[in-house]
Ligand binder design. Structure first.
Ligand code: SF4
Length: 405
């Protein structure tokens, strides 16, 4: 396929594909899918070899959020029967993090529900970061606390945080459809505050919320322009009790196409397979390792993932290796002055976006460009609901039970 040869060449050169090329990846047929995976796999191996970085989520504060993000089980008015608890003490969070590190995680993601932290919350999280760093000197710590106010990113950086996560989630044009209590611009501002403070930016998306192919391309191009170091790709887990509970739009094949498109647009960035992989990729998860170079180990914020040992076995069986603590994740040209999704961040038509580990997704919208001549699929009708694969988290942080790591 000429398309795939072109995309591999561009990916190896860190050159931005056209919007038509990105849309064409999403429009490929099932017969072409393995060729698409193999092509994006070449780009993945060029920049990250066969390494898989493991990340571990610690939900510091669960539920009871005043915001109304429609995909989120912790939202205002959520009827989802999730764990609800207020801030973990620093030592409780340290213990939860230790389980992830023992399981092979080199990054710990500290997440809290809410619109954004108070200065007192930043104090608490700073104490938690210090406790984790004291026990695990080399571990990376990422904070995901919502919208930041002036000076808070600097304080987190001073406390030892390495990264900050805030997701764009969807296109700027559809952002208002999923959230009304804050704006896309708010999210962009927080990601940029984190970058300005010297924190490594992590910002990604959620697929499966009824968006079009053009929306997906918009958000990924906006992420490239925003220039995060890592891009988590979440697949919506339609939780009972949330407004999107009936939104089952994803197939394993669709998920693989989305991941391949993200890899082609952000070739040398840490693309992280995030929430929803077990639910939507199912037995196709190992194929996705050819596209992403990073996953979450164990459970998610409010739902359970497959066992940590199953994650490790999957990586080994697929011929990949867990990235060691002594290995730098990003390619040399992005360290230490990381330059975002590839070397051509300024090429993209728009630069809006910010997002996170599945609890603070945001959205960047259409980039204001014509989507070109490639076919643009409309969101499909809902598929069969696989509610049998969705399990609310009942172990780990906020419970007396051992975490899954
Ligand atoms: S995504 Fe974050 S801000 Fe939005 S409802 Fe969930 S916890 Fe609150």
């Amino acid at each position: 396929m000429d398309l795939l040869n072109t995309l591999v060449d561009k990916g190896l050169r860190r050159e931005l594909p056209t919007r038509d090329e990105a849309l064409a990846v999403l429009a490929t047929s099932d017969d072409e899918l393995l060729d698409v995976v193999a092509a994006a796999g070449k780009v993945r191996r060029q920049w990250f070899g066969r390494r898989v970085k493991l990340n571990y989520l610690v939900n510091l504060k669960s539920g009871l959020c005043p915001e109304d993000c429609s995909y989120c089980s912790q939202r205002l008015g959520s009827k989802a029967e999730i764990l609800k608890y207020t801030w973990l003490k620093p030592d409780e969070a340290r213990k939860a993090a230790a389980a992830g590190v023992a399981g092979g995680a080199k990054r710990v993601c500290l997440v809290a529900s809410g619109r954004g932290p108070t200065d007192r919350d930043v104090d608490r999280v700073s104490q938690t970061i210090e406790a984790i760093k004291e026990q695990h000197e080399g571990v990376e710590v990422c904070a995901c606390l919502g919208l930041l106010s002036e000076g808070q990113a600097d304080r987190l950086r001073s406390a030892g945080a390495d990264a900050y996560n805030h997701n764009l989630n969807t296109s700027e044009g559809t952002y208002g459809d999923i959230t009304t209590t804050h704006t896309y611009a708010d999210r962009v501002d927080t990601v940029q505050q984190a970058q300005a403070a010297g924190l490594s930016a992590c910002s990604g998306l959620i697929a499966g919320m009824g968006e079009t192919d053009a929306d997906l391309v918009d958000v990924v191009f906006s992420l490239r322009a925003l220039d995060p170091d890592s891009v988590p790709v979440n697949f919506l887990i339609p939780m009972e009790g949330t407004p999107l509970a009936k939104d089952w739009h994803l197939t394993p094949q669709r998920c693989l196409r989305i991941l391949a498109m993200v890899r082609f647009v952000c070739p040398d960035v840490e693309v992280r397979l995030a929430g929803g992989r077990e639910v939507h990729l199912r037995s196709m998860q190992p194929l996705a390792l050819n596209l992403v170079n990073s996953i979450f180990l164990g459970d998610y914020l409010t739902s359970e993932g497959q066992s940590g040992q199953t994650d490790l076995d999957m990586i080994a069986d697929a011929g990949f290796e867990v990235e060691g603590a002594d290995t730098t994740t990003l390619p040399g040209h992005r360290v230490p002055a990381a330059t975002g999704c590839g070397s051509h961040g300024g090429d993209a038509p728009d630069a809006h976006g910010a997002g996170g580990c599945g609890s603070h997704g945001g959205g960047c919208g259409p980039c204001g460009e014509d989507t070109g001549t490639a076919s643009v699929a409309e969101p499909s009708e809902p598929l069969t609901a696989r509610t049998d694969l969705v399990a609310v988290r009942r172990r780990g942080a906020g419970t007396d039970l051992a975490p899954n790591a």
